[in-house]
Ligand binder design. Structure first.
Ligand code: HEM
Length: 481
């Protein structure tokens, strides 16, 4: 048998996880507006997945899509100063995240980034590991009360889980109005704002009402009020009972100072960054876990290897950081998930001046798209680009992957500030779930990726829950309570 036929059989065995098939030809203007509203993943053509750079007229004028590591490095790193976040992205995100790090630009962004950097150093993130695991275990203990073979909306449980981790690490769970209501307000807010409205895409003016946008108003107001109350209560605690102040991100934010000027953040900036961390870190990590659980159940060999690793890592009740060191395959599964279903499937920028990228002119004022969705499945860069193969991220093979061909967290000065935090949370989260449960997609449910602000399974992900402790073949150690 030849090597290629072995690989072919392997490919058949590992079914191709769902993804829209690239189009042969670009869509018309109207077709594009509709597809962008319904699911932007469906607009890409086969050429994008085969060529390093594709230029042409789009809905928003001339655009360049860069699908090559050298081009990505040019835009996001070497000449990052020449690119700013584009107007459409700001229109979608700014209503909630206005003064936060994600949407800031220029000098305001530079000051904010250097002020906030100490909050997310590897050391600081590691210091949160036990609290993260505590929040994850508490949430899973609730899920464990479900009867064997119940159907659970695993996407919703993952949203709950990442919210619990954020509530614990951001403000030690001190939410005056109740965590549940706060969580619901966040979800409604991001769901409504998260959709690209066709009027925005067609460049229609702001005063024309966008149907559906109004729904976010009350949620936004409730959300803003709650965050303000949390910040005010903490400020008071810091003055009245400094000995009782928890060392969480909120305290770090209130103590943070620009290392160059010594200036601290205003209350408004503190609140905006809390909202930003929730907005940027909540759904993205929840989607990573949801997709990982979907992918794991497509391949029994991956599931078995994961179960063996996780059972061994959790035996002995070690601290979270030591457990993490024992999870290289779990980490590889998370990275392969981020490759196939990057929670942020495309990044966009506007060129400030003309630039040359991969031998082509990127004109001043034009749109540049760097899409992890395309880059992570590019035919020239990956073998088996559409297949789920976590082994490619194991330490022995990792070096073969260029830094700029795998960019789930972006790259350069605006790289995700929470990348280490998110990886730590996703690896601990996936390991804890695999330790307790075995999950498979509910029969008859078709899984289809859809791009809102993040990449999600359309209509959620119902899964059948089995308790591993109750499965006859389970070799796992006894579960901790
Ligand atoms: C799997 C989870 C996550 C993914 C895939 C992700 C992805 C990204 C990406 C791609 C960017 C860059 C956007 C661009 O260049 O246009 C970004 C920026 C950012 N992310 Fe994340 N993120 C995740 C989790 C988090 C978490 C947990 C936090 C905070 C707690 C966070 C906070 C931020 C912030 C504040 C920025 C803006 C940074 C800046 O502009 O200086 N993210 N994220």
């Amino acid at each position: 048998m030849t090597l290629s036929s072995v690989i072919d059989q392997e490919n058949v065995r590992r079914r191709r996880p769902p993804a829209p098939v690239p189009r042969e030809a670009p869509l018309s203007r109207l077709g594009l507006a509709i597809a962008l509203y319904q699911n932007p993943l469906t607009i890409w053509t086969r050429r994008q997945f085969e060529d390093p750079i594709v230029q042409g007229e789009g809905l928003l004028g001339f655009g360049t899509v860069i699908n090559d590591p050298i081009g990505v490095r040019r835009v996001l790193v070497e000449n990052a100063e020449n690119y700013r976040k584009d107007a459409l992205q700001k229109r979608v995100l700014s209503p909630g995240l206005g003064d936060g790090l994600l949407t800031a630009e220029g000098e305001a962004w530079r000051v904010a980034r250097r002020t906030l950097a100490p909050l997310f150093t590897p050391r600081q993130t590691a210091a949160f590991a036990d609290r993260m695991l505590g929040a994850i275990e508490a949430r899973l203990a609730r899920l464990a009360r479900r009867r064997a073979r119940s159907i659970v909306r695993i996407d919703q449980h993952m949203t709950g889980l990442t919210f619990d981790v954020l509530a614990e690490t951001l403000f030690s769970n001190s939410i005056p109005g109740g965590a549940e209501e706060f969580g619901n307000a966040i979800t409604l807010y991001f769901n409504t704002l998260g959709r690209l409205h066709p009027f925005d895409l067609l460049g229609l003016p702001d005063w024309l009402p966008r149907l559906g946008r109004g729904e976010a108003g009350p949620a936004l107001a409730f959300f803003a009020e709650q965050v303000e109350a949390i910040v005010t209560a903490r400020r008071a605690l810091m003055t009245e009972r400094p000995g009782d102040v928890p060392r969480d991100i909120l305290t770090l934010l209130l103590e943070a100072a620009d290392p160059e000027t010594g200036r601290g953040l205003t209350e408004r900036e503190v609140a905006a960054n809390i909202v930003t961390f929730i907005g940027a870190g909540h759904e993205t990590t929840a989607n990573t876990l949801t997709w990982a659980l979907f992918l794991v159940q497509t391949d029994p060999r991956v599931r078995e290897r994961l179960e063996t690793e996780v059972d061994a890592a959790f035996a002995g009740s070690l601290p979270a950081l030591e457990i993490l060191e024992r999870l290289p395959f779990t980490r590889a599964v998370v990275e392969e998930t981020l490759r196939l279903y990057p929670p942020v499937p495309s990044l966009s920028r506007e060129a400030i001046e003309d630039d040359m990228v991969l031998g082509k002119t990127v004109p001043k004022g034009s749109l540049v798209i760097i899409a992890p969705w395309i880059l992570h499945r590019h035919r020239r860069l990956w073998s088996g680009p559409d297949l789920f193969q976590p082994e490619r991220f194991l330490p022995a093979h990792r070096d073969a992957i260029d830094r700029y061909q795998f960019i789930p967290f972006g790259a350069g000065p605006r790289v995700c500030i929470g990348a280490g935090f998110a990886m730590q949370e996703a690896v601990l989260g996936l390991a804890s779930i695999i330790r307790r449960f075995r999950l498979r997609v509910a029969p008859g449910h078709e899984v289809r990726p859809v791009h809102r602000v993040t990449l999600r399974p359309d209509g959620g992900l119902p899964m059948i829950l089995e308790h591993r402790a109750g499965l006859p073949e389970s070799r796992g150690p006894s579960m901790r309570p």
